[in-house]
Unconditional design. Structure first.
Length: 425
């Protein structure tokens, strides 16, 4: 159950957004009302389960402009910016309280009233939460800022509950091309890592790049799956219409009646398989999204740990303990990402089995269609609706066959990229 309240002691935010835009980095700009920090700087902070700050690194302290005495043992909401939609806090708590990591674009407020933007990754740990943050710069970030403004206006004018506002945000996310928030945050984090690497003139991260290729292949797989399902929905009328025409023809339509009965039986099996088909394709895509987010999270956590190791110990905090937290998190999420790749392989194998069963049913449709064409040829040619129905059946069969070929290509691309990532890791 979600535990969000107006006073929830957390600064992070969830957001939705948009279909994946091209990854282009605008030239860094800094308004006089924005606290400057560089792309090579990463934030880190740790809180208890209520969001009370227990530790952090020097970047977090410096950019917030608070002294350590003003940060430690204070609620993380001390840096919350009023421009942030309440929806994102509700989604944040809903995710991390269920034990799952989450990522979000966040606008924070420093002590002097200036603001700064980060992409934050919050992960549950024993006794609280760990947050690592980087400077965003992708074109997706610009879209997010506009979406936040629009959602905040709705909250100010209509005063929806945080939960209802979150539903508005998630609906917007779906309209803009993302299945759910998990798909968005995985895409957003990977885009920001790629954009940051380019800003820092770093080589491309092969793990993130190839996980992105997996996401692209998974989207193709889902698109083709939906097209097959749509073709099925568009031809559900065929068996009923065949039965109607068989009845109108009387004895001469007996064979058409048998064909209709056969088609009805096949269509019923196909309907069951279609449900499994859609679920299997969705599970593959969700598992890939999760793997991308975990791999990207491990990458940033590893960088933060390396940076934090070089810092002088912070007042009131054990640097050794924080290093252990960071390193354990990085190892855990690297392991989970690797396990996710194995899980993807299993799900792809299961999906291929479902595709094979679909092919068998398609072959049965071909037999039914040939029988129908033979019977149509032997009937009165003036009855033109029957040939049209048989042609509809052929179009449906072709749509399934063509879709399955494209899905095969997507499956092979996914398997190739999984092997490549495992070889590189």
């Amino acid at each position: 159950m979600n535990t969000y309240t107006e006073d929830s002691d957390t600064e992070l935010t969830l957001n939705p957004e948009f279909s994946s835009p091209a990854i282009t980095e605008p030239p860094p700009s800094q308004s006089s009302n924005e606290v400057p920090f560089s792309f090579d700087e990463l934030f880190f902070s740790r809180t208890d389960e209520k969001g009370i700050i227990l530790s952090g690194n020097s970047v977090f302290q410096r950019v917030s402009i608070y002294a350590w005495d003003e940060l430690l043992n204070k609620p993380h909401k001390i840096i919350r910016h009023p421009d942030m939609p309440k929806a994102v806090f509700w989604l944040l708590w809903d995710t991390i309280k269920s034990g799952h990591p989450v990522g979000a674009y966040v606008k924070n407020r420093a002590k002097d009233g200036r603001h700064y933007w980060v992409f934050a990754i919050v992960t549950p740990i024993d006794g609280g939460f760990l947050s690592v943050r980087l400077k965003p710069s992708s074109s997706l970030f610009r879209t997010v800022k506009n979406e936040y403004i629009a959602l905040r206006k709705i909250e100010n004018s209509d005063h929806p509950t945080p939960e209802k506002s979150a539903k508005i945000l998630l609906s917007r996310l779906q309209n803009l091309g993302y299945r759910d928030y998990n798909a968005f945050m995985a895409s957003a984090l990977s885009h920001e890592i790629i954009a940051r690497d380019r800003q820092l003139k770093k080589p491309e991260d092969p793990s993130v790049a190839n996980f992105n290729k997996l996401v692209e292949s998974a989207q193709h797989l889902l698109d083709h799956t939906k097209q097959i399902f749509s073709a099925y929905e568009g031809h559900r009328h065929v068996p009923l219409n065949l039965r109607v025409h068989a009845a109108q023809l009387g004895e001469t339509g007996a064979a058409i009646g048998v064909i209709s009965s056969n088609y009805t039986t096949i269509a019923a099996e196909l309907q069951d398989k279609m449900t499994q088909f859609m679920e299997s394709g969705t599970h593959v895509a969700q598992t890939i999204d999760n793997g991308l987010f975990l791999a990207s999270t491990a990458r940033i956590q590893g960088e933060v740990a390396s940076i934090f190791k070089q810092e002088a110990p912070n007042k009131g905090a054990s640097q050794e303990k924080e290093m252990i937290n960071l390193e354990q998190q990085q190892q855990a999420y690297s392991h989970k990402a690797a396990q996710g790749l194995k899980e993807i392989s299993v799900k792809i194998s299961q999906f291929k089995e479902t595709c094979l069963e679909m092919r068998k049913l398609t072959a049965s449709l071909e037999v039914t269609r040939v029988m129908g064409k033979i019977q149509c040829a032997s009937l009165d040619a003036s009855n033109s609706s029957l040939p049209n129905l048989i042609n509809d059946l052929g179009q449906f069969q072709d749509a399934i066959a063509d879709g399955l070929k494209l899905i095969d290509q997507a499956n092979k691309a996914i398997e190739y990229n999984i092997d490549y990532i495992l070889e590189c890791s």
